[in-house]
Every structure is written in C-alpha cells, then in structure tokens.
Design a protein around this ligand. Structure first.
Ligand code: ATR
Length: 296
C-alpha cells in the first residue's frame, strides 16, 4: 500500500466528491507515484455539497498541491477558481485543481483524456464524422475535444433533445467553424445517419454496472460496421454497446483509456512529470478486478 511510504515530507493530492469510495483514482495515481519514486500520496476526500467552499479553503491551508473533482462538485468549484483553462471554461466543469503559488487553477482533463485515448487506439478524429450519444457533462467534454481536434462534423443524439440543442448551441459559440448538429436519440434519427458516420461515442451512463444489460444503441438499428465505436463506460470494460459493435465487425474503444489519460494529464499538471500510463492502467484494472492477460 502506498500509505506505508508516507513520510514527513510527503506531498498530498486527492479527490473531492460525494461519494468517493468507489473511485479508482487513488490506486491509479499512487501506483504512478510509486513507479516514479515520488514522495507523493493521493487520498480520497469525501466532501458534502454544502462544504465545498470550506473544503477548498482547507486544501490551501493544508498545502495540498492539487485535487481531482468528481460528482457532484464539478460545476460548484468553478466560482472559487482564480483561473480557468479554456477547456474548463467552455465545458463548464472543473475536474482537476492545481493549487499553485497561493492560487487555484481549474482544469478539465476529460477532453484531453478522451482525445488521447482515441489517438492511442489509432483513431484520429480529424476530418471524421462523429455521432455522440448523450448530452450531459461527459458529452460536453467529448464534443469540445472533437471540435478542438477538427472533426469534420459532430451530431449529438440525446433522449432529451433540448439538452442536445443546448449543448450544440453552446459549443458552436466556442467553435464557430465546426459543423455541429443535434437529434433525438431515437431509432429513426440513428437510422438516418447509418451510412454517414466514422465514429460513434457513447457518453450516456446506459450499460454501466449495475445495469450492464442495457444498451444505448436501439436493437432495431443496424450497426454501421465501418465505423469505430467508443464507450466512455469502463465498468464493465466491454459493454453490450461495444460487444454488439464488435460482433458486427466494427472497431471498438473501451472507456478505460479516457480514465487513465485524464488522470495522466492531471498528474502531469501537478508534478511536472510524465507518468507511466501502463502502470496507471494496470492499477485501474486491478481495481476493476480485470486480469490484464485477458484484456490485452
Ligand atoms: P455525465 O456527467 O456522466 O455526462 P449527466 O450529466 O447526468 O452525466 O448525463 C447523463 C447522460 O446520459 C444524459 O445525456 C442522459 O440523457 P438525458 O439528458 O435525456 O437525461 C443520458 N441518459 C441517462 N440515462 C439514460 C437512459 N436510460 N436512456 C438514454 N439516455 C440516458
């Protein structure tokens, strides 16, 4: 355990959220600190919504160097930041804070994490036509990343179509040259895009444990098997969405890459060093009880 190596000089980082006990981030970051021989530790910090401001003040007082921010605080912390990255401002959520020189810098590492997971899988979205399922916080980071990476066109499909419209309007303001559209997440709308898509990304929570039997892709819509299918869900690692795509002959990218790469980017911001992403990935897999032999 990493805490057996805590010394009088250990630098602290952590995770604020409510709840935080199921997070893989402590295992992932502590493994990377250990691998680099850094005297750093990452601790879970459960913070009730009513205590966000006090918690941030406490982090500064206790000389924490940084924290990740998870549900439900990603929007609530924004008002306390001294500076926001472009990604955090446009996405409207902070998932990483760097406490530096008495200031709080807010980042969103989900977008870069998503993009790096695509690139690692050999899927460069530049010039590609992309369909995004979902229009929540994760979808905002994904659409931001796709616009930044110069995707040719992005269509956002959501159960609540107005939310997709809102997301598209918002991002279109930040990326006036991007081709953005929205549609309801229905069989009919998905069928229409059948032959016009290179990449499909599920950002909804549909198919996530404890309901792995669900799938955001309707049964009655054929899978475009020349497209790549990416799921942000990583538990289970192969969702029904990805299994169906694989069986149809499509390429697939699971959600673990985004988790690991968003963590790696936060690690870099805090430490100034490049973590070993394979070490981080293995720590996550151990947390998910996945045998690396099986999934490699
Ligand atoms: P996150 O920050 O993880 O994106 P979120 O902001 O709560 O979480 O967004 C969840 C997304 O999953 C939304 O797009 C939501 O659709 P709605 O906007 O219509 O609520 C989508 N979602 C959740 N459950 C769903 C379901 N059973 N079927 C279809 N979409 C679902």
């Amino acid at each position: 355990m990493a805490n057996s190596t805590i010394t009088g000089k250990t630098t602290l980082v952590g995770l604020i959220g409510w709840p935080v006990e199921h997070s893989l981030s402590p295992a992932m970051h502590n493994a990377a600190f250990a691998q680099l021989g850094l005297d750093w530790a990452y601790v879970p910090l459960p913070v009730q919504p009513s205590n966000v401001r006090h918690a941030l003040q406490g982090l500064a007082a206790l000389n924490f160097v940084g924290v990740n921010v998870t549900v439900p605080h990603k929007q609530a912390v924004i008002r306390y930041m001294d500076e926001l990255s472009d990604a955090a401002r446009i996405i409207g959520a902070v998932n990483t804070i760097h406490l530096k020189d008495g200031r709080m810098l807010g980042y969103n590492t989900d977008a870069v994490g998503f993009l790096n997971s695509l690139l690692e899988a050999g899927c460069d979205p530049k010039g590609r036509r992309v369909s995004v399922l979902g229009a929540g916080g994760a979808a905002r980071a994904v659409v931001f990343a796709l616009c930044r990476a110069e995707a040719d066109a992005v269509t956002v499909f959501n159960r609540t179509a107005e939310r997709a419209a809102f997301l598209v309007d918002d991002l279109a303001e930040a990326f006036p040259d991007s081709r953005l559209a929205f549609a309801p997440l229905t069989s009919e709308a998905l069928r229409q895009m059948d032959h016009h898509v290179d990449l499909v990304v599920n950002t909804t929570s549909v198919g996530m444990s404890p309901h792995p039997e669900n799938c955001p892709w309707p049964e009655d819509v054929p899978i475009p098997n020349d497209a790549t299918f990416c799921d942000l869900v990583y538990n289970p690692l192969e969702t029904i969405f990805l299994a169906r795509a694989r069986l149809a002959g499509a390429a697939t990218i699971d959600g673990l890459g985004m988790l690991v790469h968003q963590g790696a980017y936060a690690f870099q911001q805090w430490t100034g060093q490049q973590p070993n992403v394979e070490v981080m990935r293995r720590a996550c897999m151990a947390g998910l009880k996945i045998d690396p032999q099986v999934t490699d």
